[in-house]
Design a protein around this ligand. Structure first.
Ligand code: F6P
Length: 324
């Protein structure tokens, strides 16, 4: 591909580090003598032709910012309707685009695959705080969200200890418990409820009572939003079973915002730059992820048809043995 034009978009739920990835795509393309088209509002903007030419300076001062300067959207018609995808390809060709870098989570990567199938070379870069994408060890935004949760849980622990209370804390992750498990593990929480593991709340209550009798003054229970039971129901059951005062904190969208961590900035910069290189060498329809610290390319067909990334059961068991 000579003096190529690369388009870049962010799609789905925003993740801290998306801006660093956009910056890397833009600067690497320009470094290689190409032109960059920024697509606003994800696949919606792709279809509607909401495009802007990006220069070096367009992505200055963004490596440290959360959110995404390109904005994002969840746009169902792209997956549902072939004529919508054809319209996107037509618009991109009209703009002289040779390949598209899609930065987003599992739905966005399915969109990237569908775009490629419709005739426009596309590569995906994993960005989702849920880290539910198979085929990659890391996902942009996960580390930052995890650190944001830890800061919140550390604060909650102070007040929990002061009042001798149980706190039930809901974290994001949709149907995936990875964020909840990592947060529970790293915060030293007493229990974690995730969609992947069936847990009896009565047993959780009994363990809390044992610790309470030993003199433990805080009891933190992390619940993934996709776990079978909602936080308010868990809290009510624990209060009934233990007789201890119980409070609920739903961390919500504060987990998605904030400045990306060093890990996410570096990851996003590496993946964004390699995504460009991959398109330039003529490879397409792949996810750019990591395995064992190395950047790898995995066919999007494989990634999007594989089951959701699985929970690390060993980590789950280890956590159980440490939070006694
Ligand atoms: O996929 C990221 C995520 O933050 C999930 O953890 C959560 O379930 C969902 O997005 C929330 O979506 P929205 O921002 O559209 O409410």
């Amino acid at each position: 591909m000579k003096a190529p034009t690369i388009a870049v978009l962010t799609s789905g739920g925003d993740a801290p580090g998306m801006n660093a990835a956009v910056r890397a795509v833009v600067r690497r393309t320009l470094f290689r003598g190409g032109r960059v088209v920024g697509v606003l509002r994800g696949f919606a903007g792709l279809v509607e032709g909401d495009y802007q030419t990006l220069q070096e300076s367009s992505v200055g001062d963004i490596i440290q910012r959360g959110g995404t300067i390109l904005q994002t959207a969840r746009y169902a018609p792209f997956a549902a309707d072939a004529t919508v995808r054809e319209e996107a390809v037509r618009r991109l060709r009209e703009e002289g685009v040779d390949g598209v870098v899609v930065i987003g989570g599992d739905g966005s990567l399915r969109g990237a695959h569908a775009l490629d199938q419709a005739g426009m070379p596309a590569v995906g870069v994993p960005a989702s705080i849920d880290h539910d994408i198979s085929g990659t060890d890391q996902s942009i935004g996960f580390d930052t969200a995890l650190n944001t949760i830890l800061e919140a849980v550390d604060r909650i622990r102070d007040t929990a200890s002061a009042h001798n209370r149980i706190f039930v804390i809901e974290v994001m992750g949709r149907g995936c418990g990875r964020l909840a498990l990592a947060a529970g593990f790293a915060s030293g929480s007493e229990s974690v409820l995730v969609p992947e593991v069936a847990v009896d709340v009565v047993e959780v209550a009994q363990r809390i009572l044992q610790r309470h009798r030993r003199g433990k003054r805080h009891h933190l229970v992390i619940v993934a939003e996709g776990a079978g039971m909602g936080v308010y129901e868990v809290a009510e059951r624990l209060a009934q079973e233990t007789g201890l005062e119980t409070r609920v904190t739903v961390l919500g969208h504060l987990q998605r915002g904030g400045n990306p961590s060093a890990v996410d900035r570096i990851l996003a910069s590496r993946l964004g730059a390699v995504a460009v290189e991959i398109l330039l060498e003529g490879t397409r329809d792949v996810l750019i992820g990591t395995k064992g610290g190395e950047v790898i390319a995995v066919p999007l067909a494989e990634v999007t048809s594989a089951p959701r990334a699985s929970l690390d059961q060993e980590l789950y068991r280890l956590m159980g043995s440490l939070s006694i």
